[in-house]
Design a protein around this ligand. Structure first.
Ligand code: ATP
Ligand code: MG
Ligand code: MG
Ligand code: MG
Length: 434
């Protein structure tokens, strides 16, 4: 009878049985008669026990020479082991070493500098911590998609090359596009989602966005993934409720499906368990007053900086929604507040524990004349927005939406101190390799 290939996560169901295991040896300890192989296969970690008495002199001496990150196929028996976090280990009966590295694996248990690790990101991905982070990222993205499908949204994939600046001039990547001339890499898919919500009502996207951010911070990447949503007939209020529900859903699902990864990352789970809608809200004007009382030199009209966001959010256990910013601190497309046209119907959601803005949101301008005026004030070229203005000419309706930064969300939920670990291959100011 041929044996079945079993993944680590399923081994507990095969106690006492013979199986095939395909993976890598990430570490090893051995003595004269016995070797302990630390194995991983992409679904978890398990210990393999190799004994000279069962395997024979030759095989055992090959095992003793195994280097970290050799790839192996093992025939073995699954045995109960109460000391193991997964409750089992594998008794090795036969081993096939597919690839024995020619040299010692460059990443070890000792401390490495961040430049070295980023230079070796293709290998660093195999480390336990990185494995757990990207497993959580996977569950976050799965929950994001699920949330929208559960709520009858339609996925609309928005373009990467665009002829209209979506956010603001100053940090675009400009590309020569055949005879057309200059186009940009998308900073956002929002303008296109606005068009699509006039066709489908409730729409979302999930894709890469690009910003030539010249400052080095712990929160900014050059290429980052954004989930955006746009809903026809939604007001600013509807929009904030939608954001709270999305974030609560993500947290609920991650706690349900990825708790073991969060625990492995030493994340304080009790902090995440508190994240349930509704979230605290304050206006920008109130926020400025709070900051001034605390001694920050901020004037009404200034955008909030990272230190301000951290200070404000640190007063709460849940994300903080700050709404109604001055129009000049925000992008051109935001709807003025009818009660005070100096502010716009927007909100930023600030994550707790100093993770900063995770969502930027607003009701969008839906009257053509107001939009034209804002384009002029923002010194954006009107001719690039002919199609966008059409949305205000033909059956225009109030509509609202937002963008959620995926890596910011991963960094917060995993408790990372830098955003570069929240994406498989980070693009930063000085790095596009590997
Ligand atoms: P910030 O004020 O932090 O620079 P922003 O206001 O410029 O962010 P938005 O244009 O509102 O960002 O984009 C929506 C979301 O995308 C943000 O709330 C944030 O979560 C995320 N985001 C924005 N810029 C970056 C970046 N450079 N790297 C990673 N995520 C980003
Ligand atoms: Mg920015
Ligand atoms: Mg901002
Ligand atoms: Mg923003």
């Amino acid at each position: 009878m041929s044996l079945s290939w079993i993944y680590t996560k399923d081994l507990k169901n095969f106690i006492g049985q013979k199986i095939i295991y395909k993976g890598w040896v990430w570490n090893k300890r051995s003595s004269g008669k016995i070797a302990f192989l630390q194995l991983r296969d992409g679904t978890g970690f398990v210990q393999g026990i190799a004994e000279k008495s069962t395997l024979g002199e030759d095989v055992f001496s090959d095992i003793k020479k195994i280097r970290n990150e050799s790839s192996v196929i093992i025939e073995g028996e699954v045995q109960k082991d109460d000391r193991s976090p997964i409750g089992v280990e594998i008794i090795v009966k036969k081993i096939d070493i597919l690839n024995q590295p020619e040299e010692d694996y460059p990443i070890s248990n000792k401390e490495h500098g961040i430049d070295f690790l980023m230079e070796n990101r293709h290998l660093w991905l195999r480390s336990r911590r990185q494995f757990h982070i990207l497993a959580v990222r996977n569950e976050i993205i799965k929950a994001v998609r699920e949330f929208y499908y559960n709520n009858n949204f339609t996925l609309i994939d928005t373009p990467i090359f665009t002829g209209s600046i979506g956010e603001s001039a100053g940090n675009t990547f400009d590309i020569e596009y055949f005879d057309y001339g200059k186009v940009y890499l998308a900073q956002t898919g929002q303008l296109y989602l606005e068009a699509a919500c006039m066709a489908h009502g409730k729409v979302f996207n999930l894709g890469p966005t690009f910003r030539a951010e010249k400052s080095k911070t712990r929160r900014h990447l050059i290429e980052f993934w954004m989930n955006e949503a746009e809903v026809a007939y939604y007001t600013h209020e509807d929009n904030m409720n939608l954001q709270e529900n999305l974030i609560s859903y993500i947290i609920e699902k991650v706690l349900e499906r990825a708790k073991e990864h969060l625990i492995a990352l030493d994340r304080d789970i009790s902090k995440l368990e508190k994240i349930k809608a509704p979230f605290p809200r304050m206006t920008y004007t109130q926020a400025v007053e709070v900051l001034q009382k605390k001694g920050y030199s901020i004037e009404w009209g200034d955008d909030l900086g990272a230190e301000h966001e951290t200070e404000l959010a640190s007063q709460y256990e849940k994300p903080l929604i700050v709404e109604k910013y001055p129009k000049n601190a925000k992008a051109f497309y935001m709807q003025p507040d009818p009660e005070n046209p100096e502010v716009v119907l927007c909100d930023d959601m600030l994550a707790p524990e100093g993770y900063g803005e995770i969502i930027g949101a607003s009701e969008r301008i839906w009257e053509k004349e107001i939009l034209l005026k804002r384009l002029e004030e923002s010194k954006l070229p009107k001719e690039e927005y002919e199609w966008y203005l059409d949305l205000r000419k033909f059956g225009s309706v109030p509509h609202s939406g937002f963008g959620l930064g995926i890596e910011r969300t991963v960094a917060w939920i995993c408790g990372l101190n830098h955003i570069r670990e929240a994406i498989p291959f980070a693009r930063t100011l000085y790095r596009v390799y590997p």
